[in-house]
Ligand binder design. Structure first.
Ligand code: GAP
Length: 516
């Protein structure tokens, strides 16, 4: 069922100009996507919501835009050359490659699904008197599966923590995990695979240098720490924010734009005095959760997920997860990265990267709390949360299904559609006049093709929050019919009121007012 919804969402993204497969005419390129005429609008609005909330609302956060190519030593210092790996395993029969950790995670999810099924069945049977907690702690089938889950989870976490590749393979064998394509359990050993894309810079005559496409934007911030701190006369604590492309040669690229090989990140590194990082970590956790929830998709659809395996440089890490049609999954990571990155760059570059603290009267390497969210992942989250199929009745009582994207108005790519009822009697000219008046503040679209009903549906499917219809009465008294996407309610209003109604509904300020 949820899978069906997801398939429909993917098809919808293409049909309405949101997301296309990259180089589709050549049959596409794996896990690379392009954004269409509406997708780019939504993407830009997501980026603006993030950027303004970071840089405008925080006096002590500034932005930069660093290059994708960086000196190759950057990636040696950051640890990416040696350790930015995924454990991969091949099935010898299908020749398909998988991430060993993902195969085991899927196995854990299967056990979770069995428990959920039992709970749902009992819920149906017992109705209102059902006590979920009691059921889960007493039902023998649930208990058996929970025990199985705990044991597998522990074994898996230990193997990851010890970087024990043989144990990962043994788990796959013991759990009898089969290749989804060949159905066989004929596996190779587990090997580490580096996710960075490499290319060469300079002509061969000069001696080309191997460089990497950045796998995260964060390192562009770290290497610019001193530049920004000095030129901006920044005092701790302060943050540097950046939005930009990142590239990872993902082994298992799946679920549409959830995991891509070329994607965009919105990252902020917050530099703090050592010893205060865990307080800042908690503050940024709360700030970021509030940013997500202010969009109004329902608090119950978000949760924090603590990392089982902390990277060696982190002393705390959490994911913000959203309930996608395929389950709760990570949208954003919040990490307390200690002084690892700055210290590494200090060592590898031989340049002093420190902060002189006038209160302490000494210099030190600042600690860092990072917030890191994928633009594309956020895009998918917004689309998944907004895609609705509604049963409705038309004016004659006939049942119908309406597909509507209930995008938050602030993020919708088109804010207003202006629709002349007929293509004559000066109505199109009047419509253009209204657009000319509003187009500097709002993205408007003119549409005169098809019946008014069909035009409304088209705008619902794109997620346009407002439509106004120009009719003969408009020519007499300067009023229009405004139609609201979510309620389908219609009002007659004066044209002069339109700007005010729109401004209130689509302004960033109204969402910022909800931030805690
Ligand atoms: N600088 C820290 C960092 O890059 P990460 O957890 O690897 O951390 C942060 O990535 C965020 O970037 C993720 O929460 C996700 O939203 C996004 N992201 C990571 N890999 C991605 C991919 N292959 N495709 C799309 N988004 C991705």
């Amino acid at each position: 069922m949820a899978e069906d919804v997801f398939k429909k969402l993917v098809a919808h993204c293409k049909e309405y100009g949101y997301v296309f497969q990259s180089s589709e005419i050549y049959d596409g390129l794996g896990a690379v996507y392009d954004y269409g005429q509406n997708g780019v609008g939504l993407k830009n609005n997501i980026k603006k919501y993030w950027w303004d909330s970071m840089v405008m609302l925080h006096e002590n956060v500034v932005g930069i835009d660093s290059a994708i190519f960086m000196h190759p030593t950057t990636w040696k210092a950051s640890g990416h050359v040696d350790a930015f790996n995924d454990p991969l395993i091949d099935n010898k029969d299908s020749k398909k490659r998988y991430r060993a950790d993902v195969l085991i995670e899927d196995q854990l999810a299967k056990i979770e699904a069995k428990i959920d099924k039992e709970v749902k069945k009992a819920q149906k049977r017992f109705g209102d008197s059902f006590d979920e907690e009691q059921f889960k702690t007493t039902n023998p089938r649930v208990l058996k599966n929970q025990e199985k889950w705990n044991a597998l989870h522990k074994r898996f976490s230990d193997a990851l923590n010890d970087n024990n590749l043989e144990e990962l393979k043994q788990i796959i064998i013991d759990e009898e995990i089969a290749c989804p394509v060949s159905g066989t359990k004929n596996w190779t050993d587990v090997r580490q695979f580096n996710l960075m894309f490499a290319t060469e810079m300079g002509s061969t005559a000069e001696g080309a240098q191997k460089i990497y496409l950045r796998p995260e934007t964060a390192q562009g911030i770290f290497v610019n720490y001193m530049n920004v701190q000095k030129t901006g006369r920044m005092k701790l604590p302060f943050g540097i924010a950046q939005i930009g492309k990142a590239f990872r040669n993902e082994i298992v690229a799946r679920q549409f734009i959830f995991r891509m090989r070329e994607f965009e990140q919105m990252e902020m590194q917050f530099f703090v005095k050592p010893g205060t990082e865990l307080d800042w970590f908690e503050k940024w956790k709360a700030t970021r959760m509030s940013w997500h929830q202010a969009l109004g998709f329902g608090e119950e659809n978000y949760r924090f997920h603590e990392h089982e395996k902390l990277a060696h440089y982190a002393n705390a890490a959490v994911d913000v997860e959203y309930k996608f049609p395929f389950g709760f999954k990570e949208v954003e990571g919040i990490h307390s990265r200690t002084d690892f990155d700055l210290s590494q760059h200090q060592e590898f570059s031989g340049k002093k990267i420190q902060y002189y603290d006038p209160e302490e009267g000494k210099s030190y390497v600042p600690y860092v709390v990072e917030t890191s969210i994928g633009v594309d992942r956020m895009f998918l989250q917004v689309m998944a949360a907004s895609y609705c199929e509604e049963e409705i009745e038309d004016a004659n009582g006939k049942k119908d299904t309406r597909v509507v994207l209930t995008l938050p108005p602030v993020l919708a790519p088109i804010k207003l559609a202006v629709l002349p009822l007929v293509k004559k009697d000066g109505l199109p000219e009047k419509a253009r006049e209204i657009i000319d008046d509003l187009k500097f503040d709002f993205n408007c679209q003119y549409d005169e093709k098809d019946s008014i009903g069909k035009r409304y549906r088209r705008m619902d499917a794109i997620g346009t929050p407002f439509c106004v219809t120009i009719d003969h009465q408009t020519m007499e008294d300067n009023t229009v019919t405004i139609r609201y996407r979510d309620t389908m309610k219609q009002d007659r209003i004066e044209i002069s009121k339109l700007h005010g109604i729109m401004a209130e509904a689509v302004s960033m300020k109204s969402v910022f007012a909800k931030l805690k």
